[in-house]
Design a protein around this ligand. Structure first.
Ligand code: GDP
Length: 426
């Protein structure tokens, strides 16, 4: 059976914690999209870790962690992460890297930086990890697939010459920077080969064989529906699909095997980077307080440390977010954080050109949307440590049930703390 853990919002919903928790009963955990541009923060018995490339299963001995073909593989980043967890006392995890994954090259990172510099104030708020240039090259068919590291030297050098020629036109004429050298790119690829050789295999076959043996596979998504290039807030999106359905492509599993889709929704909203964010809290002190109290140690980027933009729960975006994910279950996270509020605004509709809608619009219309709020009473107490749904304060249950009704998908898990055991099943 395949289960997917994916984001229904803008990312940072707490997917890492839910995956880490479900990983206990899983055999294989797969990253199927994205790169080291976003991160999960995981708190477990070994300590607190920020993972960017590695799947959240690396903390268990019994799981295999797979980097699927759909991932933007940064070899330096993944090597550093492996080193970091080992130094943190975690036993060496079993890691497999798809021979069909492509590699983020140093020039992708440079091009990302140069482009953000060029755009200055009008930038997309990229994390400058090279993700957009990487995926552009993948689909322009000039990317480097892991399997090519074992290709003939001559073929590889010929490809490098072509890539360098094209990249240098941009680098020299648009960005006015140092040109790339073929020799450096070849050396970079050979260094990557040495570093990842022990992990490389046909991961799609590995997963399919495991499924035949009745094993459990967990697909771990990065970011959330709003950042999907097709269904999100284009162009302020990421460069690979964030939807559970893409797991079939990015991991090479049959689509019909994905039986459970756990859409992770955070009890309030946060977003990073530019882009429309209808339920954003505009009062700086109110946003600041939620940011400070949010998550586990504040709502600041796991990769960049940037303060996240804060908002109230958005039923319009989350209903859409769950629908596009094909949610069978909703995991409602970070509910404990809201315990300090007397009243909690919940965005229940968007007003666009004088009309109220609960359907999430395309970006041009989204720009005009104003939030319609309903106020719900707070519960004014600590709820971390509670294990049974009935034991939650009444107003807290009402908050969960109100949102469940508005989004139209079943909230089957409520997360009330950052730890593995801070979870209430309904
Ligand atoms: P991800 O990328 O979706 O995994 O999310 P992040 O790691 O960026 O953000 C989630 C943050 O919230 C992490 O610091 C988690 O440890 C923390 N977290 C997850 N679930 C809960 C929860 O229920 N309560 C609290 N207080 N923190 C949580």
């Amino acid at each position: 059976m395949v289960k997917a853990v994916v984001g229904a919002n803008w990312g940072d919903e707490g997917k890492g914690k839910i995956t880490d928790m479900l990983a206990e009963n899983a055999d294989i955990i797969v990253r199927f999209q994205g790169g080291a541009n976003a991160g999960h923060t995981i708190v477990n018995d070994y300590g607190k870790f920020a993972l960017h490339s590695l799947p959240s299963g690396v903390f268990y001995n019994h799981t295999t962690s797979v980097i699927g073909n759909g991932v933007a593989l940064s070899v330096p980043r993944i090597s550093a992460e492996i080193k970091e967890i080992i130094e943190g006392g975690v036993p060496m995890p079993k890691i497999r890297i798809s021979d069909r994954a492509q590699m983020v090259m140093s020039y992708h990172v440079l091009l990302d930086q140069y482009e953000e510099e060029r755009l200055a104030g009008k930038s997309f708020g990229s994390t400058k990890s090279g993700i957009a240039p990487f995926y552009s090259d993948k689909f322009a068919k000039i990317g480097f697939q892991v399997s090519e590291l074992w290709d003939d030297e001559e073929a590889l050098r010929e490809k490098i010459a072509n890539v360098v020629l094209k990249k240098n036109v941009l680098i020299e004429n648009l960005y006015h920077k140092e040109p790339l050298r073929e020799e450096d790119i070849y050396a970079e690829l050979m260094d990557y080969k040495e570093k990842i050789a022990p992990y490389v295999c046909d991961t799609a076959a590995l997963i399919q064989d495991a499924l035949k043996e009745g094993k459990e596979v967990l697909l771990e998504g990065q970011l959330g529906t709003m950042k999907d290039p097709d269904h999100g807030i284009y162009p302020m999106v990421t460069s690979s699909s964030t939807l559970a359905g893409y797991g079939a492509v990015g991991a090479g599993v049959p689509p019909y095997e994905i039986k459970q889709v756990i859409a992770v929704c955070k009890a309030y909203s946060s977003a990073v980077g530019a882009g429309e964010f209808v339920s954003e809290i505009l009062e700086e002190d109110v946003a600041d307080e939620l940011r400070r109290r949010g998550g586990d140690g504040g709502e600041y980027g796991a990769t960049t440390g940037r303060p996240r933009r804060m908002g109230w729960f958005d039923c319009v975006a989350s209903k859409y977010g769950c629908r596009l994910q094909g949610a069978t279950d909703v995991a409602f996270t970070v509910l404990d954080v809201l315990g300090y509020l007397d009243e909690i605004p919940v965005c229940v509709g968007y007003e666009i050109d004088g009309e109220v809608t609960t359907d999430f619009p395309t970006t041009a219309r989204l720009k005009k949307a104003k939030p319609v709020y309903e106020m719900l009473p707070g519960w004014k107490c600590e709820i971390t440590g509670i294990r049974k749904y009935e034991d939650l304060p009444e107003n807290c249950r009402k908050y969960v049930e109100f949102i469940e009704e508005k989004i139209g998908f079943p909230i089957t898990m409520v997360s009330n703390g950052p730890g593995r055991s801070d979870i209430i099943y309904r």
